[in-house]
Design a protein around this ligand. Sequence first.
Ligand SMILES: Cc1ncc(COP(=O)(O)O)c(C=O)c1O
Length: 478
Amino acid sequence: MLDPKDFKEHSDPVIGWIDHYLNNITKFPVKAQVAPGEIYHAIPQEAPLLPEPMEKIMEDLDSTILPGITHWQHPGFHAYFPANSSVESVLAESITSAIGAQCMIWDTSPAAAELEQRMVEWLRDAMGIPSGFEGVIQDSASSASLVALITAREVATGFRSNDEGVPGNLRIYGSAETHSSIEKAIGVCGIGKRNLVKVGTDPKLQMDPSLLKKVIGQDLERGLKPCAVVATLGTTGTLAVDPLKEIAAICKKEGIWLHVDAAYAGTALLLPEYRWMIEGIEQADSFVFNPHKWMFTNFDCSVYFVKDAGLLIKSFEVLPEYLKTKSRGRVNDYRDWSVPLGRRFRALKLWFVIRSYGVEGIREKLREHIRLNSYFCEVLGTMDGLVMPVEPFLNFSCFRLQPDGVTDPEAVNQLNEAFLEEINRSGELFLTHTKVDGHYIIRMIIGQTYVSQSHVELALSRIKEAATLTMKNFNPLG
Ligand SMILES: Cc1ncc(COP(=O)(O)O)c(C=O)c1O
């Protein structure tokens, strides 16, 4: 057991470890290369009865745990969406854990509540979200969207569902590209997944507002109750942007809650040149984006904005005797703004990141990622046999091998699956895939905080080598 008076002695090796890790991260394979169960079986079956020395624990961190880590902060991490971080954020998280505050209500740490209030205002103003919106930090976009749908459900049922249960006629509209967290939330909040209506998309995979209008009309005719529309700015598959302005006009006319899921691409709103994405935002009711994806702030940190915080609080408030305080009503008790009671002090890392970078510093980095993506696409576009089936956007692109004369879609899909495996085999890169209209495509995101031109050049040469090798081994007849 360690004593706080020896903190420096014990923390020095750990700080040294972090320093070495961050500065040598490219020496690790980006994606963990272990088999299922390998780490589990390397951990003793029983907990130690007697204390073990820190030196031994740190040794085991290197030998047992590290091989099973996928290195999200590696500049060759181009998979999924990033969960990028920064030195500032790592330092702030260390302080947060030392403070160890549980920030459920204002009284349990007034600074945490008030810093949170100010941080979401800083972001709201820097992103061009209307000043009437208020915000709260949640653990994830999934939680924020659940909160949005529960609030929409309460509004649609005159605040009766929390008490009486949920009627079976509420309808939620998204597109086929809407994130799976929305489907999950619809199930969890009792509306029922069968009440999710997947509206058709246009060729750019953006929700088609005329189809939205049509399905809402059909539902009304059947006596069903439109409850909420979820518009996505930056879909997970291909970063498609739903046309917010048109969707917002429909929601306004029909009195339907409009939730905007900008989990990934929302960060781009810090750049004035991308504000077109939120034309119509003043008609939206709620909006979520994740600084823990592309804004250099460690997971977890998701910012949820809501136009009428009163509706949110009315949907989530419960007040047991033991949580009654004298400050109530004059302060933000954020436990009433989300599902869990207990809350981490997440605002501190935002404060560190925003102050140390400055908004302009963040913008500079975002623009550099976008520039690197343009460069990547320009060079990739010249490579034989590769096509880019979807228009690149921000720091995202996608591509696939399309050999001349091969028309069997399944054969081409299998070829691309083998191509992706070959790209990832080197351990220097990690990319993932999705399917568009049944076609397997490889996604590339350039969003790790410290990624640079040389990393992108390395990625391009590995992709080129992998394409050549995959084509060499390809037998179109199977
Ligand atoms: C568009 C979109 N919405 C929601 C989510 C879920 O985010 P979280 O992991 O914060 O719940 C994601 C995750 O990638 C996403 O891309």
